[in-house]
Design a protein around this ligand. Sequence first.
Ligand SMILES: Nc1nc2c(ncn2[C@@H]2O[C@H](COP(=O)(O)OP(=O)(O)OP(=O)(O)O)[C@@H](O)[C@H]2O)c(=O)[nH]1
Ligand SMILES: [Mg+2]
Length: 451
Amino acid sequence: MAKIVDTIVAPSTTITTQAIALIRISGDDAFSIINKLLKKEVPQTKGIYFRQIFDKDKLVDEVVINAFVNPSSFTGENTIEIACHGGILNTNRIIKLIISAGARMAQKGEFSQRAFLNGKIDLIQAEGINDLIHATNDLALKIGIDNMSGTNNKAIFSLKENLMDVISRIQVSIDYPDYDDVEGSSIEDLTKLLEKLNDQVTKLIVRSKLANKSVTGIKTAIIGQTNVGKSSILNALLDEDKAIVTDIPGTTRDIVEGQISLETVTLNLIDTAGIRETKDIVENLGIKKSKDLIKQADLVLFVVNSDRVDDHDNLEILNELNGKTYITIFNKSDLLKEDKNKLINEYKNVVFTSAINNDIDQLIEKIQEMYSNEEILKSDELVLINLSQIALIEQVKEKIDQSLNAIKSSMPIDIVNVDLYAAWDFLNELIGEQYDEEIIDNIFKKYCLGK
Ligand SMILES: Nc1nc2c(ncn2[C@@H]2O[C@H](COP(=O)(O)OP(=O)(O)OP(=O)(O)O)[C@@H](O)[C@H]2O)c(=O)[nH]1
Ligand SMILES: [Mg+2]
C-alpha cells in the first residue's frame, strides 16, 4: 500500500477535449502545493475560490478551486479540487505542475482507499461507490447508491449485535459455570437465537446471489433446431450483426456470445448450433455444446419453428428443459397463418417474435417480467453484489451452521463459541473493521483513477 503521508493528485474526469476537467489533490500538503502555483493564495478554509494558475510568471489557466479542510472531506484529508478548462494538453500541464510542486500521482482508487483508511467510509460503502460508477442497469444503480450511502449497513450491525449477544451469553456460562440458570442462556434459548441469526444471514445470501446474477449477467442460452432464427434473435437483441445468418440449416456451429443490459437485468447471451440429426462431425461437436449449455444456463431461450411445433426434435428439446427456467419463442411470426393460441400447447412462457423485422418486444417484456427484481428494488434491505462480499457472508453462515451443529450434538459449549468468534471475524472483514492490507489494495485497484 502507498504511504498515506504523501499528497496525491489525479484527474477525476477523463483527459479529453471537454469544457471542464476536474483534478483532485488530497493530503497534508494539498494547500501548500496548490499555493505554489497561485499568485493569490487559497486560505486553509473550506470554500470555493476563483484563481489563476501560473507556471513561474506565465499564466496557465483560470480555474475554480473547491477547498476542503481535514477531516471534513471525502478522504478525511485536506483536499483541493480544481475545475480547470478541459483539454488534453491543459489538464496534463496542470497535473504536471502540481506534481512538480510536491504531489505524487495517485493510484487507481487511492482517494476512496484513503477515505476508508481514515474511517470516513466502511468497506461496504467503498464497494458501493465502485458499484455505482460501474452500474449497467437500474438494479446495480440502486444497490450501489444504497450501499454507498451506508443506509442499509445497519443489517450488518444488527447481525454483529445479535452474534455478540450469543457469544457473550456463552462466554458467561464458560467463565461462570456455576451460574447455569442465567436467563436466555439455556441450550434451547441459544439454539433459538442461533437459528434466528442463521435465518438473517441466509436471507441476505439469497438476495445477494440473485442480485449478483442480475447485475453480472444471467447465463442465457439460445437453443433450438436449425434455421429457426436463433442467430437472428441474438442479433436483434444485441442490435448488431454479431452472428452469421443464412437460410442454410446448420449455419452456426460454434457458440457466439454477447451481452445486453435491460432495465433491471443484464443477460450474457450465448447463441448455439441448431439441434438436429446429422453425420457432420464438426456440427455434432457444436450440437453437443448446445446440449451441455442447456444444463449450464440460468435461462434458456427456446426458439421454435412455428410450423413444426409438434415434431420429434422440438419435443426432445422440451424434455431436456424440464426443471429449467425457459422462455419459448415462436419466431417467424410474420409467416404464421393459423391462430397463434392453438400453437401454445404444453410450451411454457410463450412469446411471438419476428426477428427478421426486429420485432422482439414480447421477448424483452417477458425477460423484464421474469427478472423485475421488484422485491429487491422496493426493499431497503442490504444487498451485496460482489462475489468477494458474498463469499465472506457465506463463510459467516458456514461458521454459524457449524456452531448450530455443535450445540445440537451436545458438544462442549466453548467449541460452539470458537465457530462464533470466527463468524465475528468474517463479519468484521466484510465491513473492513478487520483487514488484510493486500486484500484492501486489490479491492481499490478495481476503481477508477481519481476516485
Ligand atoms: N420470415 C422470417 N424469417 C426469419 C426470421 N428470423 C430469421 N429468419 C430467417 O431464417 C433463416 C435462418 O435464420 P438464422 O438466424 O440463421 O437461424 P438459426 O436458428 O441461427 O440457424 P442455425 O444457425 O442454422 O441453427 C434466415 O434466412 C433468416 O433470415 C423471422 O422472424 N421471419
Ligand atoms: Mg445460427
